[in-house]
Design a protein around this ligand. Structure first.
Ligand SMILES: [Zn+2]
Length: 237
């Protein structure tokens, strides 16, 4: 299994390369380059949220807990006194950060459903939906944002598989085939739940038409080829 540092570095390099290609293709703007690279990098560490007590998982649930607490304050502010609001916010934070986190740990198994192509699709659609509905990104940018997360996710799964090949002894480790799989065949119930989540997330995504048109347009690739090498001398020397 590849470690956290390997995952984050590989995903960051892969995302940087892809976002530059997208820029050359005219799919993204220069100011969006950082956003998409960061999303791809995050996608590259996302599958390991199924590692019990892993730092990224704790961080994720801390962020979710804070969001829930602030959301609670926002919604309940007109009805309660200050002290009651503090109690409510603290309670909602603890519920997410500790109870939901514990429940998630018990439920997930390392290299289970979160190491699968179905999960990559789920996080793609979820990111696209959130980018559009919560962060007001246009349909094309929202689909690209999701695609970058899924791309980082895929890099992670491939890297895990590469690390399960023992090149020195030319044999496969037991973990081979546990990362890059369509669904978790050993746990069909969680796989079914994940597939339902994929469908629900897809339903709330904005229209993929613009994204598809750009992806299947030969001009996009023509743009990449014309921008790949400098037209004059290197670095304008
Ligand atoms: Zn992994």
């Amino acid at each position: 299994m590849a470690n956290f540092k390997t995952h984050i570095t590989t995903a960051a390099i892969g995302s940087g390369l892809l976002s530059t290609l997208c820029l050359g293709a005219g799919m993204i703007q220069a100011e969006q380059l950082i956003l998409f690279s960061v999303l791809g990098t995050l996608g590259g560490i996302l599958p390991d949220i199924d590692l019990d007590h892993a730092a990224p998982t704790k961080l994720l649930f801390t962020a979710l807990g804070l969001l829930t607490a602030f959301f609670m304050l926002n919604k309940q502010a007109p009805f309660y006194s200050i002290i009651e609001l503090w109690v409510l916010a603290g309670f909602s934070y603890a519920l997410v950060r500790y109870t939901a986190w514990q429940w998630f740990n018990d439920l997930t198994q390392h290299r289970g459903i979160f190491h699968s192509l179905a999960s990559a699709l789920f996080f793609w659609f979820l990111t696209t939906a959130l980018s559009h509905h919560v962060f007001n990104l246009g349909a094309l940018a929202a689909w690209l944002a999701g695609a970058f997360v899924a791309y980082g996710f895929l890099i992670h799964l491939i890297l895990d598989e590469i690390y399960s090949v023992d090149f020195i002894n030319k044999r496969l480790k037991r973990s081979f085939g546990t990362a890059l799989k369509p669904i978790d065949f050993k746990n069909l119930r969680t796989s079914a739940v994940m597939l339902i989540c994929v469908v629900i997330a897809f339903v709330v995504t904005p229209s993929p038409r613009e994204f598809g048109r750009m992806l299947f347009n030969p001009k996009t690739y023509y743009n990449v080829s014309t921008h790949f090498f400098p037209s004059g001398t290197w670095f304008n020397f």
